[in-house]
Ligand binder design. Structure first.
Ligand code: GUN
Length: 283
């Protein structure tokens, strides 16, 4: 039976650490501010944005909410982002994705000033990560590294396999595990004999967006299994990409859904906001 990695507990520790630092800055008259922009009313986005605002309130970061109608034009959104780029008292800018189809997401991401890019999606942030320079790191993969480190799971020299190659999770995850001296393989929908690859993994990160697809036949005995999925099962119940009940008997450690990776993403966003304050001019 696998050890359950408690993302709720670890994310709470991180939020409490951030909260302490935020209070320290506040006592020096420095207030951190995150601008959160949502376009339209995608219900999942509304939940995510609500959780981000709640986390800001908890750690003591001021949040500015911009709830724009679905019909907002690309130019209107870009000019809001430019305006926020120019505000010295706004330290982080987050544009919730997905955006409506008539807005070019890449263009919006590229307009965010890299020093305010708390999501770590700007090409400059991604480039810095790939060559080992300082910059913002995408919150979900950064949170997974924290889950592993704070659970005393060694990455150095381990076989790390990632299922999924998205810009938000799979690719930055590969770079972060490499930075920690893991031996990294990325699998995707065109990978041949995928189970042969995943069964080599000491650490398996699953980010494919398919409910309960990964069962025990994908897993090496004793492996650490990290489930990034946020799916619904046949009864509409929240579940991950991993068949938890099947895999927990074989894995050495596993993250549950909910309560695994999910809360870590928001904790790392709070951490990135704290770093963003330090990037302001003259600090
Ligand atoms: N949509 C789903 N996840 C995310 C995220 O981490 N950041 C943003 N901006 N949008 C998202």
């Amino acid at each position: 039976m696998a050890t359950i990695i408690d993302g709720k507990l670890i994310s709470q520790q991180i939020k409490d650490e951030v909260k302490e630092k935020v209070a320290e800055l506040k006592s020096q008259g420095r207030e951190i501010c995150l601008a959160v922009i949502q376009v339209g009313d995608n219900p999942a986005s509304t939940v995510y944005v609500g959780n981000k605002k709640k986390a800001c309130a908890y750690v003591g970061i001021k949040s500015l909410a911009y709830e724009l109608p679905e019909e907002t034009s690309e130019e209107e959104l870009l000019s809001l982002v430019r305006e926020l780029n120019g505000k010295e008292d706004v330290h982080g800018i987050l544009v919730q994705l997905p955006l409506p189809a008539h807005v070019d997401e890449d263009k919006v991401i590229q307009t965010i000033a890299p020093e305010k890019d708390v999501d770590g999606f700007h090409p400059q942030s991604v480039g810095a990560l790939s060559i080992g320079q300082p910059g913002f790191v995408s919150c979900t993969p950064a949170g997974i590294i924290q889950l592993l480190k704070r659970s005393d799971i060694e990455i150095d020299g381990k076989e790390c396999v990632i299922m999924g190659r998205s810009n938000i999770v799979g690719k930055p995850m590969a770079l972060l595990l490499l930075r920690e001296n893991g031996t990294v393989t990325v699998c995707h929908s065109h990978t041949k004999n995928i189970k042969e690859v995943t069964r080599r993994a000491d650490i398996l990160v699953v980010a494919i967006g398919k409910a309960k697809m990964v069962d025990a036949s994908y897993i090496k005995e004793g492996a650490v299994v990290i489930d990034v999925g946020m799916d619904r099962d046949e009864n509409g119940k929240l579940c991950g990409d991993v068949d938890f009940e099947d895999v927990k008997e074989k894995a050495g450690a596993i993250t549950p859904v909910p309560g695994g990776v999910g809360p870590m993403t928001i904790a790392m966003l709070m951490y990135n906001c704290l770093c963003a304050e330090g990037m302001g001019k003259g600090k």
